[in-house]
Design a protein around this ligand. Sequence first.
Ligand SMILES: [Zn+2]
Length: 135
Amino acid sequence: MSLPAPAISDHCKPYWDAVAAGDLRLQRCRDCRRWIHFPELACPVCGSDRLGFERVSGRGEIETFTEIHRSFVPGFEPPYIVAWIALPEQPGLRTLANIIDSDPAQVAIGRAVEFCVETRGDVSLPQFRLCRRQD
Ligand SMILES: [Zn+2]
C-alpha cells in the first residue's frame, strides 16, 4: 500500500518544489531575516508577510528520535526512524524527518545528519541520513 501524499498548499509549494529538485529551502522573513519552519502565512516574530524561501546547508544534528516497530497506519512499514533534526542556521530551528539509508544501530542523539531526498512514486520527501564522516 502506498503512503498518503503530503497536502501541498500554495504558501509551502516552494518548499516542496525545492525538495523535488534535490534542494532544502526553508522559509525566511525578508524583513527580520528569521528562519521559519514549518511554513507560515506571516512571520511569527515581526508579523511581516514578506516571506521567501532560501537554501539551508542541509546539515543538522539529531535532537531526538524514535524508532517505530509497529504500524498503525497502512503504508508505513516498520521499522523506521522519525527524528527531530536541529538545523545550524538558527537556534531552535528544526525539522521532522525520517532517518534513511543508515544503520539504525548507529542513530543517536547528537549524531550529524545530512539532507537527502526519498522518492516515493510521484512524491519527493525531505529526509536525512547519517553523515558518512562525523565532524
Ligand atoms: Zn520577520
